[in-house]
Design a protein around this ligand. Structure first.
Ligand code: AMP
Length: 445
C-alpha cells in the first residue's frame, strides 16, 4: 500500500516523499483515513510506530480543507492543539508539523516550560493555526491572555498515558474546559490503564479504536538479562561490563536526577565518557548531551525516565537499568529503546536485593521471567538485607515535573524524592522469581 491511496493531498504527499517514506506504517494506514473523515480515535501506539505522522498528516489536511472560524480581536484563531508530556516530545512533534506542512500555508508553534515565555507570547500574538504544547506552560499562556483556545477544531493528546503518569490530569481537565464542545479528538497512548479508559470515555465521541502491534515488545526482539549484584557494587560492575564487553552507545537509566548526575560523574572517573540528561538540566544542556551521544562523542548517556521519554533515540545496542524503575511500565518504555526494527538489542538490569519487588512487578507485566545471570566476581553477598527504596512523593498526583513545568515553578523531575543509591565472564546461575502469567501489576497509577 502506498501513501497515495490514503486520501492525502498532493502537498502532503510531496512532503512525505521528501522524507523518503515509501509506505505508510500500520498506525498510519489505520489512523489517516479515519482522521480525515473527522472521527475521534483512540490509538494504542508507542514511539517508533510512526504515530506522529499518523496524526500530523491528516490534521494538516483537515485544516486546509476548511477555513477558520473568525477569531476574536482580529487574531488568527488556534485551530489545532497537540498536548505532549515532555518538552522533547513537543519539540519533535513541532518539527514534524513543520516538515509535513512545508508546502502548506499553515503556521505552527511549540510551547513548553523552562524557557523564556516572552518569545512564545510574541509568536502567539502574531497568530498560529497549530499549537504543540506541554500542559503547564500552555495554561500559563491562557492565564496571561496570550492564548485563546476557544476555536480549537482538533485536539491531540500524544502519549496520554505518560501525561497521566506525570500528574498532568488536572491540567488536562483545565485545558478541556477551555476548548469548544464541538471538536475532533485524537488520543494516543502506549498503554490502556483504567485511567486512560476513564479519560477516553469522557473525551472521545464514538471513537475508532486503533491498535497496532508494537514494533518491538519486551518479550520479542530484546534480549533481557538481570545481573544480581550488591547495591554498592553496581557502578563497579557497570564500568567493568562497559569496558570488558566493549559496549558503545549505552543508554543507562537511573531513578533520580541526582543518581543520574552522580553516575555520569563516576563513569567519567572510570574513563568512560558520559553525560547525564534529566529535568533539572537546561534545554540547551539536554540537547547538547543528546547530540554528543548520537555523534558517538559521549559513550554513555545516563537518563531518568521522564527525560528519556520522547527523545528520538532508539535502535541502541544496549540499554542498562542501573536501577529498576518502580513503575513496571517504565521498564517496557526503557527497553523499547533497543532492538527496534528487527535489530538485535540487549537490555541489562543491575538488580540489588532492595529491588526484588520491582523485578517481580516487571516480570508480571511482561509475562515473562527475565534470566538472572550472576557476573563472576560480583556475586551478591547473601547476608545483605534489603533496604526500603523511598516512594516517589505524591505519585501520579504530584505536579513537580521538569518537562512542561510552569515558568517560575520548581522544575524538579516528577517522580522525585526517591533516594538514588546508587573482564567479567558471565556465569548463569539459573532463573528465579517467576512472574505469574496473566497477572498485571496491581500498582495503582
Ligand atoms: P514516531 O513513532 O512518530 O516517533 O516515528 C518514528 C520514526 O519513524 C520517525 O523518525 C519518523 O520519521 C519515521 N517514520 C514515520 N513514518 C514513516 C514511514 N511511513 N516510513 C518510514 N519511516 C517513517
Amino acid at each position: 500500500m502506498s501513501f497515495d491511496s490514503l486520501g492525502l493531498s498532493a502537498e502532503l504527499l510531496r512532503a512525505v516523499s521528501d522524507q523518503g517514506y515509501d509506505e505508510p506504517t500500520p498506525v498510519q494506514k489505520q489512523a489517516i483515513p479515519v482522521i480525515l473523515e473527522g472521527r475521534d480515535i483512540l490509538a494504542g501506539a508507542q514511539t517508533g510506530t510512526g504515530k506522529t505522522a499518523g496524526f500530523t498528516l491528516p490534521l494538516l489536511q483537515r485544516l486546509t480543507e476548511s477555513s477558520a472560524a473568525p477569531g476574536g480581536a482580529g487574531r488568527k484563531p488556534v485551530r489545532a492543539l497537540v498536548l505532549t508530556p515532555t518538552r522533547e516530545l513537543a519539540a519533535q512533534v513541532g518539527e514534524s508539523v513543520e516538515t509535513y506542512g512545508k508546502y502548506l500555508s499553515l503556521n505552527s508553534t511549540v510551547i513548553f516550560g523552562g524557557v523564556n515565555i516572552n518569545p512564545q507570547m510574541n509568536r502567539l500574538r502574531r497568530g498560529v493555526d497549530i499549537v504543540v504544547a506541554t500542559p503547564g506552560r500552555l495554561l500559563d499562556h491562557v492565564g496571561q491572555g496570550s492564548l485563546d483556545l476557544s476555536s480549537v477544531e482538533i485536539l491531540v493528546l500524544d502519549e496520554a498515558d505518560r501525561m497521566l503518569d506525570m500528574g498532568f490530569i488536572h491540567d488536562i481537565r483545565k485545558v478541556l474546559k477551555l476548548l469548544p464542545n464541538r471538536r475532533q479528538n485524537l488520543l494516543f497512548s502506549a498503554t490502556f490503564s483504567a485511567e486512560i479508559k476513564t479519560l477516553a470515555d469522557k473525551l472521545l465521541d464514538s471513537p475508532t479504536l486503533i491498535e497496532v502491534a508494537h514494533r518491538n515488545t519486551a518479550s520479542e526482539l530484546v534480549a533481557q538479562v538481570v545481573h544480581p549484584v550488591d547495591r554498592v557494587r553496581k557502578r563497579e560492575l557497570l564500568s567493568s561490563l562497559i569496558n570488558n564487553e566493549g559496549w558503545q552507545q549505552i543508554l543507562i537509566f537511573t531513578r533520580t536526577k541526582h543518581g543520574a548526575n552522580r553516575l555520569a560523574q563516576q563513569l567519567v572517573q572510570d574513563g568512560i565518557s558520559a553525560a547525564a540528561i534529566h529535568g533539572n538540566k537546561s534545554q540547551a544542556a539536554r540537547t547538547r548531551a543528546l547530540a554528543e551521544f548520537k555523534q558517538n562523542k559521549v559513550r554513555a548517556l545516563v537518563a531518568t525516565d521522564i527525560a528519556a521519554r520522547g527523545l528520538d533515540i532508539d535502535q541502541l545496542p544496549h540499554v542498562v537499568n542501573f536501577e529498576l524503575p518502580n513503575v513496571p511500565e517504565d521498564y517496557v518504555h526503557r527497553i523499547g529503546r533497543t532492538g527496534r526494527a528487527g535489530n538485535e538489542g540487549e537490555a541489562i538490569s543491575l538488580v540489588c536485593v532492595d529491588e526484588s519487588s520491582f523485578l517481580r512487578d516487571i516480570e508480571r507485566l511482561i509475562r515473562k521471567e527475565i534470566p538472572k545471570v550472576v557476573v563472576e566476581g560480583f556475586e551478591p553477598d547473601p547476608s545483605i538485607k534489603p533496604e526500603p527504596v523511598f516512594k516517589p512523593r505524591g505519585g501520579a498526583g504530584h505536579r513537580n515535573q521538569g518537562p512542561g513545568g510552569r515558568a517560575g515553578g520548581n522544575r524538579n523531575q516528577g517522580p522525585g524524592g526517591r533516594d538514588g543509591r546508587g573482564g567479567p565472564n558471565r556465569n548463569s546461575s539459573g532463573a528465579r522469581g517467576a512472574g505469574r502469567p496473566g497477572q498485571r501489576s496491581s500498582r495503582g497509577r
